[in-house]
Design a binder for this molecule. Structure first.
Ligand SMILES: [Zn+2]
Length: 229
């Protein structure tokens, strides 16, 4: 019945792939199967001491770290990420989160993890944007893995846009930004921190440092949807 109604809705208002614009089948969401297949995977999770793990090793404690896609300027993925963040298409984050969750879950990446926690956004920025894209990525990951999303982190300070900053400048800009709202909830637990784009690693680094200093026995998994190379 639901499929029949979807068919009728698609006839009048066809759902199209966010990347190539083709009409989506019933079983497809946001992207067509062909576009999902062509998204540029990093396959970092298959490599011991992958580039993301090297980035954080010796700086913050973590169990695993990865970025699932490679972000390059002017790519289709970059366009989709831009839509997700700035053009009111949070569904792109939800779907990408599902894809990442399915693929990493099959590879055992989340072994030992208990919760998923999106990188928080300051309330003022969230009010202006209307949503935090990391919440949607986390929701997609949760759907694919069955791990619950835990709203345990907050951004207590807003910070300037970091696009043109170096790692040192970003770290100074982010100092004092994050706080753990409920330390008991994550004591002795495995927490997957979820970010959207990892450029210098400053955001995950600052957040992980804050958690490690507040709740030292919380095991951290650092996961970014994509990373620049
Ligand atoms: Zn497509």
């Amino acid at each position: 019945m639901l499929s029949f109604l979807t068919d009728i809705a698609d006839f009048f208002l066809p759902r199209t792939c966010h990347l190539c614009g083709c009409n989506l089948r019933d079983t497809e969401e946001v992207f067509c199967v062909r576009c999902v297949e062509t998204l540029p995977r990093s396959l970092y999770h298959l490599l011991p001491m992958n580039p993301m793990e090297r980035r954080f090793a010796g700086i913050v404690p973590f169990v695993r770290a990865t970025a699932h896609f490679i972000y390059s300027r002017n790519s289709e993925l970059a366009e989709a990420i831009h839509d997700m963040k700035y053009r009111k298409f949070p569904s792109v984050g939800l779907r990408l989160g599902e894809i990442v969750g399915e693929e990493l879950n099959m590879a055992g990446f989340f072994h030992g993890a208990d919760f998923i926690a999106p990188v928080p956004m300051h309330w003022w920025k969230k009010a202006r944007r209307g949503y935090n894209q990391a919440d949607y990525i986390a929701e997609g990951l949760s759907t694919a893995t069955g791990l619950p999303v835990l709203n345990v982190l907050e951004a207590v300070k807003s910070h300037k846009t970091q696009t043109a900053m170096s790692l040192t400048q970003r770290q100074a800009n982010l100092a004092g930004t994050f706080r753990v709202k409920d330390t008991e909830a994550i004591r002795g637990k495995g927490l997957v921190l979820v970010d959207d784009v990892c450029t210098t690693g400053a955001t995950l680094r600052t957040l992980a440092s804050e958690i490690a200093s507040t709740v030292p026995d919380c095991r951290l998994y650092l996961l970014s949807l994509c990373a620049t190379v």
